[in-house]
Ligand binder design. Structure first.
Ligand code: DCP
Ligand code: MG
Length: 383
């Protein structure tokens, strides 16, 4: 370090999986803006641009201090010309004109409202936008053909866009635990996704399920779903089978980041916690962009998105790592593996191209070690 430097220079590694990113950081005023531009790029299916903005934002999340001047950004990786321009504008004027005009644009707002419907992706939302639709409420009079997921998405729009609390996630954990133990004693259930990273709120609750006896987990999902359904706990579910064993192109296909585990996208009917029904019912009627099903004051349940994934025991460490996120952290892990190590990482396995073999792992720690990375705990993977 130079002798007269005032702010200690932060040595920042360039891959998000090489650094610690806590949940709470110091630069939301910049990262929120950059993430608006990232989301807007996703809406126009410009993935490269979107990832560039997300990487910039992520670097600022890992900084141990507030950014006050452009000088604070000296020597930081991943900050492209466009991101720097936006940051400079915010530091000088308090806001960025590009971010504000994006935020306010009819297209951005409509794409956001439409993709917020469960089951609706960017392609569908874009088509609807070009047909003149602006919100989920427009779907009904125009008589759009909706698949089952989208029908549920419209029906429970309000609930599904009301963040899930940690308390609710814990109640759902207990239910899932009970269901799984009832149909397969000895099974192991892990809470993954944002809640494992320490988030207080989430858009859904994610679970990974396995059993120490390899093979015992096969075709487990329909049994779990049956149990839940018989208890009247499911408003919607779609189960997809494990396609990993059946695939011709072999495991750990590098180009794909979708895994092939047996998986259930579901919507739970969650009984409201007694203490929450009074305080929270008012928000259901307080005029957020309404779903089609207006909730009545005093309603005793609400809809919550839950994702269940079943993994064979031998792949459990990879599945845990792959399902803990954040999405950018996952993407960076795979990029690190491929570009720096000549390896291919998926939620199923790690393949070493040089040795031409799969590397086994029984824990996340072992996977980081195989990748030559310092272990980063879940709470520091909020890239
Ligand atoms: N995941 C992924 N790529 C996908 C889907 C999921 O890497 N295409 C992984 C990373 C995510 C985790 O699965 O962190 C769970 O996905 P979610 O969409 O539920 O994301 P989070 O749980 O992180 O956030 P949220 O609070 O919005 O649910
Ligand atoms: Mg989640």
């Amino acid at each position: 370090p130079k002798p007269f430097e005032t702010t200690p220079a932060v040595k920042m590694k360039s891959y998000a999986c090489q650094r610690r990113t806590p949940l709470k950081h110091h630069n939301s005023f910049l990262t929120d803006a950059l993430e608006i531009l990232a989301q807007n790029a996703e809406f126009s299916e410009n993935e490269g641009r979107s990832v560039a903005f997300r990487r910039s934002a992520s670097v600022l999340k890992a900084l141990p201090h507030v950014v006050r001047s452009m000088g604070d950004l000296k020597d930081l990786p991943c900050l492209g010309e466009h991101s720097l321009r936006v940051i400079k504008e915010i530091l000088e004027d308090g806001t960025s004109s590009e971010v504000e005009s994006t935020r306010q644009s009819e297209q951005f707002q409509a794409m956001k409202a439409l993709t917020d419907v469960f089951g609706v992706g960017v392609r569908t939302a874009d088509r609807w936008f070009r047909e003149g639709l602006r919100s989920p409420l427009d779907l009904i009079p125009t008589g759009q053909k909706l698949n089952h997921a989208q029908q549920a998405g419209v029906k429970y729009y309000n609930d599904l866009n009301t963040p899930v609390t940690k308390k609710e996630a814990m109640v759902i954990s207990d239910i899932v635990e009970k269901a799984v133990k009832a149909v397969l004693p000895g099974a192991i259930i892990t809470l993954t996704g944002g809640f494992r990273r320490g988030k207080e709120l989430g858009h859904d609750v994610d679970f990974l399920i396995t059993h120490p006896e390899e093979g015992a987990e096969e075709r487990l999902m329909p049994k779990i779903v049956n149990w839940l359904d018989n208890q009247g706990l499911l408003l919607y579910q779609k189960t997809t089978r494990n396609s990993y064993l059946e695939s011709k192109d072999g495991p750990a296909r590098p180009a794909s980041n979708m895994d092939r585990f047996e998986r259930c996208f579901s919507i739970f009917k969650l009984e409201q916690l007694e203490s929450d029904t009074h305080t929270e019912t008012s928000s259901y009627n307080s005029g957020r962009a309404a779903g089609t099903e207006e909730r009545h004051a005093g309603s005793t349940w609400r809809a919550v998105r839950v994702d269940l994934v079943v993994s064979p025991y031998s792949q459990f460490a990879f599945a845990t790592l792959g399902w803990t996120g954040s999405k950018l952290f996952e993407r960076e892990l795979r990029r690190w593996a491929g570009q720096e190590k000549g390896m291919s990482l998926s939620s199923h396995a790690l393949y070493d191209s040089k040795q031409q073999r799969y590397l086994r792992a029984n824990s996340e720690e072992e996977i980081f070690a195989h990748l030559g990375l310092e272990y980063i705990p879940p709470s520091e993977r909020n890239a």
